[in-house]
Design a protein around this ligand. Structure first.
Ligand code: SAM
Length: 208
């Protein structure tokens, strides 16, 4: 989904009390719960895009602390615009999730959502996939012992490669298949692909 540059995005996002830059996020390592009104399970969506999933999830599940991580300030601006008021259980990180293991301590995250990440189809870009071995190793490090990853994509090849990566990194598959019915909360991309009649592949993995 192409999005033009929005001139005010950097300023608005940079001044938002709920957005934390990736650099500042590193100083929060092992004390993320202090960011929130209550200490409760911490769920993370990586590549939260325009924020439909993360904002609706945070509003629907106030007993979970939610973090959306996004590279592009334009996307974060659109996410902020979705919020009528700040939610006490939602924070956004602005930057590249490649540094995730410097931002969260071992076991600090209870669940990771990967909703329709960029598939990076060319082999030379394989390491950029959020389901590549190097990302899966970092996710293992920051996830709680019983932590899980929820992954969805419309791209069958990407899905199959990702399943191979999870298996190679010794993750236990909890569920996998085609999601016929939408969950209560879905992302922008899922809504779009469902409108187009595309199959939604999903899988769920647990640390072994
Ligand atoms: C294809 S979009 C999906 C957006 C959303 N999850 C959805 O399902 O509607 C992927 C998003 O991930 C973001 N992204 C890609 N690589 C990233 C990275 N390394 N760190 C943080 N965000 C990233 C992109 O900027 C983009 O907004």
């Amino acid at each position: 989904m192409r999005l033009r540059k929005i001139p005010e995005a950097r300023t608005v996002v940079g001044n938002s009390p709920i957005v934390i830059s990736e650099t500042d996020a590193r100083s929060q390592i092992n004390r993320w719960q202090q960011q929130f009104a209550a200490a409760q399970p911490l769920y993370l969506e990586i590549g939260c895009g325009r924020g439909r999933f993360i904002t609706e999830a945070a509003a629907a599940y106030p007993d979970i602390n939610w973090i959306g991580w996004e590279l592009r300030e334009e996307m974060l601006l659109l996410t902020l615009r979705r919020l009528e008021q700040p939610l006490a259980n939602l924070r956004l990180i602005w930057g590249d999730a490649a540094y995730i293991d410097q931002v969260f301590a071992a076991g600090e995250i209870d669940r990771i959502y990967l909703n329709f990440p960029d598939p990076w189809p060319k082999n030379r870009h394989a390491k950029r996939r959020l389901t590549s071995g190097c990302f899966l190793k970092r996710f293992r490090q920051i996830l709680a012992t019983d932590g899980q990853i929820f992954f969805k994509t419309d791209d069958k090849d990407f899905f199959l490669i990702s399943q191979e990566n999870f298996a190679a990194e010794n993750w236990q598959e909890v569920a996998a298949g085609i999601a016929l019915e939408p969950d209560m909360i879905i992302s922008e991309y899922e809504a779009r692909y469902r409108r187009q009649g595309k199959a939604i592949h999903y899988c769920q993995y647990q640390r072994r």
